[in-house]
Design a protein around this ligand. Structure first.
Ligand code: BGC
Length: 685
């Protein structure tokens, strides 16, 4: 060990427990090095003298998630790590794995998914990518920070099972499988106690249950009382906060905390410094700045999602009109701590389309509310009438940190513009630049093609143009459901009352809700089109142990272009004794399948694919019985399915009551009187 606590005075130890500056850790009066902690997650955001240093703007997490591509996520983190290395940054404040509970959350673009398994799997890759390059990470915002409205004041409340299975799950997966250097505690309250003072989540669950050995850092100014946070498990308060020193000293003098407690936390800060020092000795950037830009383009190309295509795309011939504010100045990220300042001059979509062999003309119509029916916009409709097809590039409603979206529809004037353009020309393609689901119901039936561009970073147009031109086959799929309207979402337009936001939908978040209540949606979770078409066949589920299986199947690319396909494994507990979602994602694979080729895909399932969190057992629990394994091209496009029966040791299973209730009417479930059913009653179906 490089640093021995014995060599630090109590004052120095206390000073280690909060930052020295806004972005650096304490140096114990010059005894240790200050570490730089900077945002994340879409690129480096290092602030020096009130300015942000330029860095590669990678696609936002929404795009990484829509790629479903472990390698792209890793590559993105490695690329960002290079910028950190060259700018002497020790810890990148990323990734965020909060569940997209509602499409209204202003920071959804910084999070992966509505599904905990997808979010957890991709977070593992992000963390490994950065940490293998010698840059620390911060898994955030722990936990239940699922919207930004009143994030400093509101208590987000859910039952423990919902928390464990949905909201904590991606944190658990990342902590156990990729050992993030730090975990950042959230601003909000969790079941009535500030996350930063919540011993249950910070110590009992994070350290005792999951074995986290790194450092807990507060979100910036999330600590309200330094000694209460220390007791709960926050090791490092950020940013610098002078009064906390006195708060801790007074608490020590009054016997509210002990020197041992201070030592425990100060040691963790020293351990972090030691780890970062060691990293610094050997780390070296892997990619040149131009390779980093190429990486940004490559990753963006994986996460753009083709949502609708009535034969219009790809556009290989004809004269195309390209219009909309995003053509020249595309939204590549959103407002807040995740905003990257890239020095790359963003490409005009039209220019890249022309490079890709498409005859495209840029028509710059600035469509504001006032102009929607003006002669000015009228000019746009005239031009549209005279051309073979129209591409409209449009940005979604405002989103960013510190507040929520107020709508998930485009603005009326944008919708009017699309509708009028569709009257002028039958061949309209809409490209949507947004960080989260959009309600497209007002216009989707009137256009021929829709591409969800997301917030794709500085390489956006170099990735989008080849997709439009057919030189790159689209391969992204949605990592969140697109509902028909915001009112249809599980938590609707409810905001909480400023004190409490009660997660009354429980486990039924995202597709778990739409599935369970048979609600139609605009586009389901896991959906995305390709220029190729794939068939699935020959499903095999091989048992390795009672709760370990290898699921394998063939995917054939029936078209004449090479293309990637994302296949998804869902598991259904056929008859459960607790309320369970109809099916849950438990595996996925993204594979390049050459034209005409058949590829065998294989995915492992382990105990976590079958278990639910049992509150009485205080543990994950697998019930004996039937499970269905479904392989789908989306959550609503199941192509193959197989049945398995799991038989757990009898002593692990709860007994049945049917003997005690002889009159219990089991016949309606297909059992004959007197016959012992092998499955319990399923409450929902
Ligand atoms: C955000 C964090 C961010 C931190 C530092 C906070 O406002 O919630 O995500 O890492 O600021 O910029």
């Amino acid at each position: 060990m490089k640093y021995d606590l014995k060599n630090f005075t109590i004052d120095e130890k206390i000073k280690l427990l909060s930052g020295k500056t806004y972005w650096t850790t304490g140096d114990a009066d010059g005894k240790v090095r200050e570490l730089w902690l900077c945002d994340g997650p879409h690129g480096l955001r290092k602030r020096v003298n009130d300015a942000t240093v330029p860095a590669t703007a990678m696609p936002c997490l929404v795009n990484l998630a829509n790629s479903w591509d472990r390698e792209s996520v890793r590559l993105s983190a490695q690329t960002i790590a290079d910028d950190c290395i060259e700018n002497d940054v020790d810890v990148l404040l990323a990734p965020g794995v909060n569940i997209k509970r509602t499409p209204l959350c202003g920071r959804n673009y910084e999070y992966f998914s509505e599904d905990p398994f997808l979010a957890g799997e991709l977070a593992i890759q992000f963390i490994n990518g950065a940490q293998d390059s010698g840059v620390g990470t911060s898994l955030k915002h722990y936990c239940m920070n699922n919207r930004d409205f009143e994030r400093l004041f509101q208590s987000n409340e859910a039952d423990e099972r919902t928390m464990r299975e949905i909201y904590l799950k991606p944190f658990e997966m990342a902590v156990k499988n990729s050992k993030p250097t730090t975990v950042m505690c959230a601003y909000n309250l969790v079941n009535g106690i500030l996350a930063s003072e919540n011993k249950w989540i910070l110590t009992d669950i994070l350290r005792d249950d999951w074995g986290f050995e790194g450092l807990v850092v507060s979100d910036w100014s999330a600590v309200k009382n330094a000694y209460k946070s220390l007791i709960a498990g926050v090791d490092l308060e950020m940013p610098s906060n002078q009064p906390s020193y006195q708060v801790l000293k007074d608490a020590l003098d009054k016997g509210l905390i002990t020197e041992e407690l201070i030592d425990l936390h100060a040691q963790r800060v020293l351990d972090l410094i030691e780890k970062c020092d060691k990293n610094k000795e050997s780390r070296k950037a892997k990619f040149t700045p131009s390779q980093r830009h190429e990486n940004a383009v490559k990753v963006a190309g994986e996460g753009i999602v083709l949502l609708k295509n009535d034969g219009i795309l790809p556009i290989k011939s004809g004269e195309i009109m390209v219009t909309g504010m995003e053509v020249n100045k595309p939204a590549i990220g959103a407002f807040g701590s995740a905003m990257v300042t890239s020095s790359y001059k963003l490409k005009n979509l039209c220019d890249v389309l022309n490079e890709q062999g498409v005859q495209a003309n840029f028509k710059e119509y600035i469509i504001h509310r006032e102009e929607r029916s003006s002669i000015f916009a009228g000019g746009a409709y005239d031009s549209a009438f005279e051309t073979d097809a129209v591409i409209i590039c449009v940005k979604g409603p405002d989103e960013g940190e510190g507040g929520d979206r107020v709508r998930i529809k485009l603005h009326d004037y944008q919708e009017d513009f699309i509708l009028n353009m569709a009257k002028a020309n039958p061949n309209v393609v809409v490209c949507v630049y947004a960080g989260c689901a959009i309600d497209m119901s007002a216009w989707i039936d009137k256009v021929k093609g829709v591409i969800f561009v997301g917030l794709a970073g500085e390489g956006v147009h170099e990735a989008l143009a080849p997709i439009i031109a057919g030189n790159l086959c689209p391969s992204g799929k949605l990592s969140e459901t697109f509902p028909l309207c915001v009112e249809d979402t599980p938590s609707g337009t409810k905001l909480g009352n400023g004190y409490v936001d009660f997660y009354e939908e429980g486990l039924f978040v995202g597709y778990r809700y739409y599935d369970r209540f048979s609600k139609p949606v605009l586009f389901p979770f896991g959906f995305g089109l390709s220029y190729a078409n794939f068939t699935y066949s020959n499903l095999k589920v091989e048992k390795q142990s009672e709760t370990d299986y290898i699921v394998s199947y063939d995917i054939t690319n029936n078209s004449d272009i090479d293309a990637k396909e994302i296949s998804q494994i869902y598991v259904r507990d056929v008859l459960a004794r607790v309320v369970r979602p109809y099916k849950e994602l438990k595996g996925f694979s993204k594979d390049l399948i050459k034209a005409g080729e058949t590829k065998r895909v294989s995915v492992k399932l382990d105990k976590s694919a079958f278990a639910f969190y049992s509150i009485p057992l205080k543990d994950w629990h697998v019930e004996s019985g039937n499970f269905e394994i479904m392989v789908g091209a989306s959550s609503q496009d199941i192509r193959l399915s197989a049945k398995i029966k799991i038989q757990m040791p009898d002593h692990t299973q709860s007994s049945f009551h049917y003997v005690a209730y002889p009159d219990y009417n089991l016949t309606k479930f297909g059992w004959k009187k007197g016959e012992v059913p092998d499955e319990p009653y399923k409450p929902f179906e």
